[in-house]
Design a protein around this ligand. Structure first.
Ligand code: SAM
Length: 411
């Protein structure tokens, strides 16, 4: 049975208490070390202080991961090389770099570009022999039939998923499991055939999206046919962010600088909250940077070893934040340990996780998978399906017509 542990504490102190070689993978979203928006928690006194911090944490992460284990570690373009230096000095191999294109950031300074992408380092703890290395789950993570790339895109929250469409699939290639090769898969022309998810007529069924202006998936589709064959996720919306946290009320106290990161939040009750001026009211998940659950689920699927002997994969996240990794692991049925030093965020993570579990139980009850007594007594609005925590808003008439015209031109 998968288990999620939310630990309140500083990873510098908690990691040394965990047993060596006990985790299968790492998925984590550390600070960027640039005093982002003047935030104290992101200020390590510059390059050398930040690299020393990452080095120290990742030396412990190295110890607790199993040999050959994979990891995905978030970074910002400006300090990605510092993050990677600290990780590499702790003993990890840097294997790749996944760019996640969002296109939705705002530039906050005349000397900075509009932030449109974030990066995830794909890392691996070396193993004494090739057999100990777990291949990536490429087959399970095919993006619209293709091997997953080191590039992912995010729809904007105005984009709408609207039915399905069919496109010609790729040719089937012959491949065979190969225990000798490092990856575990050879390309010898013998043995098993890996089929792509096409119908008999060679066509694939894909979701159809109507994209809002500025959507990066749409922009790529204008450049190349079928740009949306790259993995893409819907932007996390308010519902995903605040899941289970609607009853958390905060008094917002701006800092002297007026920057969001200097704002402090004091928990309060509804009656006190209701009497506050609007600019002092905050409600729900107050974490500044929750990551998209769909992206984290993709990562879990990509790097977790398959389950064996009823043993679940153990995921470590040593910068837990508001618990998005825990939610992704719960949805994927794998175990996770999250460490977060801010008590407030541990509480928020627990509430998000509880609400998700309630929804999953309710959805399972509706589908007839578990007896109705297992349904939660509190009233929650269930999503239509487990994965659809990500509703979309509607599109303007003009944009719709523009898309229809473009699609008519293409065909
Ligand atoms: C970028 S956020 C993670 C956000 C998370 N991925 C989510 O989706 O909510 C980084 C988190 O690491 C926490 N943190 C920073 N240093 C830490 C440390 N030494 N030990 C544990 N947590 C730490 C911060 O409080 C912050 O919540």
């Amino acid at each position: 049975m998968p288990k999620i542990d939310l630990i309140h504490g500083d990873s510098l102190l908690v990691l040394p208490t965990l047993p060596a070689n006990s985790f299968d993978v790492l998925i984590t979203d550390p600070p960027a070390g640039i005093a982002h928006m003047d935030a104290a928690w992101d200020d390590f006194g510059g390059r050398s202080g930040f690299i020393a911090f990452i080095h120290k944490i990742f030396t412990e992460v190295f110890r607790v991961l199993k040999p050959g284990a994979w990891g995905l570690v978030w970074s910002l373009p400006r300090s990605a090389h510092w993050t990677a230096t600290g990780i590499e000095e702790a003993g990890f191999e840097i294997r790749d770099f996944i760019s996640h294109v969002t296109a939705t950031g705002l530039n906050k300074h005349p000397c900075s570009l509009k932030p449109a992408q974030e990066s995830w380092w794909l890392i691996r703890k070396p193993a004494p022999s090739a057999e100990r290395i777990q291949p990536l789950n490429l087959e399970e993570c095919r993006a619209q039939g293709r091997i997953p790339s080191n590039f992912s895109l995010e729809h904007t929250d105005q984009c709408v998923e609207n039915g399905i469409r069919e496109i010609k699939g790729q040719k089937t290639r012959e491949r065979t499991p190969d225990p000798i090769s490092k990856t575990g898969w050879g390309f010898k022309r013998q043995g098993g055939i890996v089929t792509y998810p096409t119908d008999e007529d060679g066509y694939e069924v894909l979701p159809k999206w109507i994209c809002a202006p500025g959507c990066p998936v749409d922009a790529l589709n204008l450049q190349v046919d079928d740009g949306d064959r790259f993995f893409f996720v819907a932007k996390p919306d308010k519902e995903e962010r605040h899941l289970g946290c609607q009853d958390l009320y905060w008094q917002r106290t701006p800092g002297l600088t007026g920057l969001e990161s200097r704002v402090s939040y004091t928990p309060t009750d509804f009656v006190t909250w209701a009497a506050l001026p609007d600019d002092q009211k905050a409600r729900g998940n107050i974490h500044l940077t929750p990551k998209p659950i769909a992206l984290l689920r993709h990562f879990v699927k990509l790097i977790c070893p398959p389950l064996t002997d009823n043993r679940s994969c153990q995921v470590l996240d040593c910068f837990g934040g508001s618990g998005s990794t825990a939610l992704a692991c719960e949805l994927e049925g794998v175990s996770a340990t999250l460490i977060e030093r801010d008590e407030t965020f541990v509480l928020i993570s627990q509430k998000r996780l509880d609400a998700l579990r309630n929804r999953m139980k309710l959805a399972a009850t509706r589908a007839g998978a578990v007896p109705s007594e297992a349904a939660p007594s509190e009233s929650v609005t269930p999503p239509p399906a487990q994965a659809s925590l990500l509703p979309n808003t509607s599109l303007t008439e003009d944009r719709f017509r523009q898309l229809v015209r473009r699609s008519a031109k293409k065909h």
